[in-house]
Design a protein around this ligand. Structure first.
Ligand SMILES: [Zn+2]
Length: 335
């Protein structure tokens, strides 16, 4: 399945553009034994996946939703007959971890930074013996979730975890708080490919509700030090050398604009969201990050600076349902 001509064209494309060449639901061969798959976010809430074919097994990046896992398992089997042994959850969100049970049923062990389980303990209250939590919420709108069960990752690392068979090397890393408090990255030093989960996306997909924007900027700074040439984001098309910087700059500029209002009343910043939006849209490197979550992102940055929430309950519920939509309430995505 290794076609040198294809690597060549991928390399050329990466050299010539910082964004998209992959297509939804299409397997892209990035380098020998290394694959990327852009999930159908709009239609099914799926995240992006990657997988690395080692000598004896396959390591998959991200658990996806159950239906997302089922989408890519046959695609992996079409490429290799090696067993899928590990599925790495980049974070605890449903579109990255609710497919774990499907991976287990297919012989794989879910792996994650230990912080992912800490996040699950916070939000998956139903699983941990309390009132229904996010899984139960998601199951209301997603038949694939309703038909499966939550399976927290069982193979955990606190600093890093390395897969290395002499031919391929993948380092699972954690750099600090970003999109969540448990974000993990998968770094392939030989090929200089970085799988980022939602700590870096390529388009208007940033959800800041479970993270911290100020720390996110710092975490991205550490990730940038790796010197990746190819960025496989959690959502959106594959990126190049500048994608991490673009993502970082979006939050940096957002904070800079919001800071101007940090001592003003919530109503004043609420009225200025459109103004802040147009400021960010002027910057062509970050304009693609401005989207439906923008008011919620402004609110998050403002509250981190000590301000009070200014979105109405309904508006913030809307943001939550948009998040559910982006992060995979299947019913909502078909509206
Ligand atoms: Zn997420």
């Amino acid at each position: 399945m290794n076609t040198p001509a294809r690597y060549f064209s991928v390399a050329l494309l990466l050299a010539s553009t910082s964004f998209a060449f992959a297509e939804l639901n299409i397997v892209t061969n990035l380098a020998p034994d290394i694959y990327f798959h852009e999930g159908d976010l709009k239609g099914h809430g799926h995240c992006n996946n990657g997988w690395i074919v080692f000598e004896d097994y396959v390591l998959v990046i991200d658990g996806n939703f159950p239906s997302g896992a089922k989408e890519i398992i046959p695609k992996i089997h079409a490429i290799t007959d090696k067993p899928i042994r590990f599925a790495f959850d980049t974070h605890h969100h449903g579109d990255h971890a609710y497919g774990n049970q499907v991976w287990v049923e297919n012989g794989a062990t879910p792996v994650a930074y230990a912080g992912v389980v800490e996040e699950m303990k916070k939000f998956e209250t139903g699983y941990y013996g309390n009132t229904p939590g996010r899984w139960e919420d998601s199951a209301k709108g997603r038949p694939d979730v309703a038909a499966s069960k939550l399976k927290p990752p069982t193979l955990l690392f606190t600093k890093d975890m390395i897969f290395d068979d002499g031919k391929h090397r993948v380092e699972l890393l954690h750099f600090g708080v970003a999109h969540t408090r448990g974000d993990g990255f998968a770094w392939l030093p030989k090929e200089r490919i970085l799988f980022t989960g939602d700590a870096c996306v390529n388009g208007p997909y940033n959800f800041a509700g479970d993270g911290n924007i100020e720390q996110w900027v710092k975490t991205l700074e550490l990730a940038r030090k790796l010197g990746a040439k190819t960025i496989c984001p959690g959502h959106g098309p594959i990126g190049g050398e500048s994608t991490l910087k673009d993502q970082q700059e979006f939050f940096f500029e957002l904070r800079k604009q919001v800071k101007k209002y940090s001592t003003r009343k919530p109503e004043q910043i609420k009225d200025s969201v459109d103004k802040i939006k147009s400021e960010l849209q002027k910057n062509e490197r970050i304009a693609r990050y401005v989207g439906d979550f923008f008011p919620a992102q402004v609110e998050k940055a403002y509250t981190e600076m000590g301000g009070k929430p200014f979105l109405s309950k309904t508006a913030s519920n809307d943001d939550h349902s948009q998040h559910a939509e982006a992060h995979g309430n299947e019913k909502a995505t078909h509206q």
